[in-house]
Write a protein that binds this ligand. Structure first.
Ligand code: ZN
Length: 196
């Protein structure tokens, strides 16, 4: 009997261990603060006794349009929201039908959509509409194989704002030109070329 009564007494020193580990937890707490800075509100809510794991995602307001769900207007650039690195995914297909994709910055994505070269798939993805071959055919057909500068037959693609000056290969920036006009315009602005 005396032996079994001694057991709780022996356990008492062990009972002081939780206090020590609590101290350890308190010491570790400041280090973990930066990682949980975003949870400051949740932490305040948890102070009433609720644990953070009770927090549900659906309770948070949506700050961004969803990736899935109703399709955005393919031409509405305000629907685009870049990744943390400021990038948008662009995908397309080659002349042979092979799929490709690459990351581009938001500014270029907006230009390509505005200039009719790409459409918006979701807030983070655009799709290049034409392969190189399709693009050439589209421009020449649109312009009736007529040189934009001299009105004669043309079958080359000219960049109105030259690529060397930041122009892009888009329907809005490209026209049909004859070989002669294309070569003599080269990297000139349209005004420079016309004014010569
Ligand atoms: Zn011409």
């Amino acid at each position: 009997m005396t032996v079994s009564a001694a057991v709780p007494a022996a356990a008492r020193p062990a009972a002081s261990r939780p206090a020590a580990s609590r101290l350890g937890a308190a010491a570790a707490h400041p280090r973990s603060l930066p990682e949980h800075a975003g949870d400051a509100k949740a932490g305040a809510a948890a102070s009433s006794g609720a644990k953070p794991k009770n927090r549900t995602r659906s309770a948070e307001p949506r700050l961004r349009p969803p990736l899935r769900g109703p399709k955005p207007d393919p031409h509405d650039i305000s629907a685009l929201v870049p990744s943390g690195k400021g990038m948008i995914l662009m995908r397309g297909h080659s002349d042979k039908g092979r799929r490709w994709h690459q990351e581009i910055d938001l500014e270029l994505a907006i230009t390509l959509v505005k200039e009719q070269a790409a459409v918006i798939i979701n807030r983070r993805t655009i799709r290049r509409i034409y392969s190189n071959k399709d693009f050439r055919k589209f421009i020449l057909t649109r312009d009736n194989y007529t040189c934009c500068f001299c009105g004669l037959y043309g079958d080359t693609i000219d960049h109105l704002l030259p690529r060397a000056k930041g122009g892009h290969t888009t329907p809005d920036n490209c026209v049909c030109a004859c070989n002669l006009c294309n070569q003599s315009k080269a990297d000139l602005y349209v005004e420079e070329f016309i004014g010569r």
